[in-house]
Design a binder for this molecule. Structure first.
Ligand code: 5RP
Length: 259
C-alpha cells in the first residue's frame, strides 16, 4: 500500500500531478479527448499518474509506459441518461491487479438519490483494495449540479470518503478550501472542473488549492482543452512540485507555449 501511494504522491514533495483522462466513461468523446492516445501521449512525460478507465488504458496507452495508473472503476451512466449518480463498480479487482495499477478510483454522490449505493460501492472497493494493497481514490462527484461545490458540502463528502476507507480523495476547490482539507485525514487532490476562461485562472485555482493544503491535482479539461496542453501541465507541475507562484508559473507557461 505504501509503495503504491508513493508511486502516486512523489516522495520528494508528497504531492502529485495526476492527469485525468477518464471523462469518456460518461461524456463520450469529449472535446479534445476524442482520440485519447493523441491527447495522452504528449502529456505522459509530465504527469505523475494517469486517471483512466481500463478501455482507454488498453486501447490508448502502451503497456511499457512506466507512468502509474489510477484506474477509474465506477460507471454505468451517461450524460444523457436519467441520473449520473446511479453508478456501479465496472471493473473487477482481478483486472486491476492484472493491469498492475497504483490505485483505483470511484465516484461517490453524497446527498443524491444514490448516496447509499455509491457509498457502499466505495466501502466494497476499499475492502477489495485493502486485500491487495491497492489504495482507493474517492471522487466527490456532483454530476450536473456544479453549484453544490461549497466547503460545507465538500467537507462532508471528503470526510465520509475517508471514514469509509478511501486512502485519498479528489474534490473541487472552493472558498474556505482549507476547512475541507482540515476535516479530511487523507490526502486531498483537486479536480479542475470544466475549462475555465483562461489558463491563468486554472493556475490560480491550483496555487490557491496547494496553499490551502491540497496534495496536488487530478486535473483534466483545464490541461488538455488548453490550446497549449504541454505548457499548461508543466506550469501546473511548477506550482505543485516547485512551489512556484502564479506569476512564475504563468511566465513558464508563456515561455513554453512560445517554443
Ligand atoms: C469525472 C472525473 C474527472 O476525472 C475529474 O472531474 C477531473 O477532471 P477535470 O479536471 O476535467 O474536472 O472524475 O467524473
Amino acid at each position: 500500500m505504501k509503495n503504491r501511494m508513493a508511486r502516486i504522491f512523489k516522495p520528494d514533495t508528497g504531492r502529485t500531478v495526476m492527469l485525468a483522462v477518464d471523462h469518456g466513461y460518461f461524456l463520450g468523446p469529449t472535446r479534445k479527448l476524442e482520440e485519447p492516445r493523441k491527447t495522452i501521449e504528449p502529456l505522459l512525460p509530465y504527469c505523475d499518474a494517469l486517471f483512466v478507465t481500463r478501455g482507454v488504458l488498453r486501447s490508448s496507452v502502451d503497456a511499457d509506459t512506466a507512468t502509474p495508473v489510477v484506474l477509474r472503476v465506477s460507471g454505468g451512466t451517461s450524460v444523457i441518461g436519467k441520473d449520473l449518480a446511479n453508478e456501479g463498480v465496472t471493473t473487477s479487482i482481478e483486472e486491476a491487479v492484472r493491469l498492475n495499477v497504483a490505485g483505483m478510483g470511484l465516484s461517490i454522490f453524497v446527498g443524491s438519490d444514490y448516496e447509499h449505493e455509491s457509498l457502499l460501492n466505495l466501502a466494497g472497493l476499499v475492502n477489495e483494495g485493502e486485500d491487495y494493497g491497492i489504495p482507493v481514490l474517492a471522487v466527490t462527484a456532483v454530476g450536473k449540479e456544479l453549484e453544490k461545490r461549497d466547503a460545507r458540502y465538500l467537507s462532508l463528502c471528503c470526510r465520509i470518503a475517508a471514514e469509509l476507507g478511501a486512502r485519498m480523495v479528489k474534490t473541487y476547490y472552493c472558498e474556505d478550501f482549507a476547512s475541507v482539507v482540515k476535516g479530511c485525514p487523507v490526502p486531498v487532490v483537486i479536480a479542475g472542473g470544466p475549462k475555465l476562461n483562461t489558463e491563468l485562472d486554472a493556475l490560480e485555482l491550483t496555487y490557491d488549492a496547494i496553499q490551502q493544503g491540497a496534495r496536488g491535482v487530478d486535473m483534466g479539461r483545464n490541461i488538455w482543452q488548453s490550446d497549449f496542453p504541454v505548457a499548461m501541465i508543466r506550469a501546473i507541475r511548477a506550482i505543485v512540485h516547485e512551489n512556484k507562484t502564479v506569476k512564475e508559473a504563468y511566465e513558464l507557461f508563456n515561455s513554453i507555449k512560445g517554443d
